[in-house]
Design a protein around this ligand. Sequence first.
Ligand code: HEC
Ligand code: HEC
Length: 453
Amino acid sequence: MGAHAPLGARVGAALLALLAAACGDTDPRPSITGFSEAQVRRALRMSPLPPAPADPTNAVADDSRAVALGERLFRDPRLSRDGDTSCASCHDLALGLGDGLARGRGEVPLARHTSSLWNLAGQRWFFWDGRADSLWAQACGVLESPLEMATTRTDLLHLVAGDPALRAPFEALFGALPAEVGAERFPRAARPVPPHDPALVDAAEHAREATGHQHLSADGGFIHPHQRAWDRMAPEDQEVATAALVGVAKALAAYERTLRSETAPLDRFVEAVRTGDPSGGGALPEGAVRGLNLFTGEARCHLCHSGPLLSDLEFHDLGLEPAPGFENDPGRHEGLDLLRVAEFRGDGAWSDDPEAGAARLAHLPEHGHGQREFRTPSLREVATHPPYMHTGALASLEEVVAFYSRGIGRRERPAPAERVIEPLHLTPAQEADLVLFLRCLTSSAAPPTLSAR
Ligand code: HEC
Ligand code: HEC
């Protein structure tokens, strides 16, 4: 406080200092009425949400031109093979950036629930099973997955090169495209088809049925038409097509990085606590304060849902009932194997900083780990995107809490060796408090890139 501060302010400050000294509290540590010190520390770590960490593997991650191009692409159904599905078809803002369904609906019913895209930039691994190590690698996967967008890199090249509204911003970010993108040099529907590709597995199945060669190898000795078209291309043209896919994916990733929560009631509560108000300034209703107490204490949710995203960014098996038809979803176990052989990784040829990418990939668990484990989702904005879990089987936050409390939705008999969490047996009032707390993690306003709409 400067010497020129008004007299009232100076007297006020002196009074406050006197009061603090009188209470023997010269170094007031934040406290919350009814919380232990450890619980207060856990609550303080939940807020504020820091800016998205940098992604050096994507040079345009924070380029506003890439954000604008990515936003346009996110809503463009021409990114899908059938021309009627965009990213926004399944990741709809009105449905919390999810689709509101139990499990995704692509070309066929998908194995898992559609993830919400809120605050993803802070995650380490992407997809429920963590099979991608960056947002742009994730997007490369969705675009060419025969189950989702089902497009190919040559089709994307034709799209971007043929539409001036896409071509100009794309070239400004990623360099010139060939003047002519003819179907001779760049056949449509061409891409490398990896051995684990669902289209290949299906097609081999058909080939086996058609030829009666039941003992054909896993790929049936069958070359997928996309691969055949790809093999006809010159290596330098293959590079151009792959660069188109990666450019589209990096712009999409730049846009996704802006899908970031604003202030939620929890943030206002923590801010008030930090500035010395043990009641949290009334930012949370009383029931939600009790819910936070449980969350950081007796119910031990903080063991996995910690920090500003309320996620440890890691993988766990909670003992959930698997989705019908997908009883053997191996989760992280398969995610690790797919990540190991992925064409697009932070340490690969298409990364803008392979060294930084390699650091993230340095300590992957050995093959065999992670059976039935799925990534802990962030709980920010959780109330906006029911249903829940990778199975989408829990319809509401009440059902999620009933799962943790009473084991409703748990697998019949988790084997004794399986480390799954045990039901907490909370009272109905405690369950209601936890639900109320989860509802206070929704921000008051949509980010500026979204609110304009
Ligand atoms: C047909 C519906 C569908 C479409 C279209 C779709 N997605 Fe998804 N998305 C899903 C499903 C289902 C998952 C979860 C899959 C999994 O984890 O195995 C998912 C997961 C994701 C994730 C991972 C989220 C996380 O928490 O790790 C991102 C990022 C994503 N999608 C972005 C996109 C982008 C970008 C597009 C457009 C190129 C897109 N999606 C198109 C259904 C869809
Ligand atoms: C052992 C780690 C762990 C603990 C402890 C834990 N969670 Fe979770 N939580 C997870 C994982 C992992 C998932 C995703 C599981 C899946 O889909 O297979 C999840 C999912 C959720 C979801 C659904 C989010 C979504 O987007 O689908 C909510 C809500 C949730 N947890 C709340 C809680 C609450 C409340 C507690 C305390 C009662 C708690 N969790 C305790 C790891 C944990």
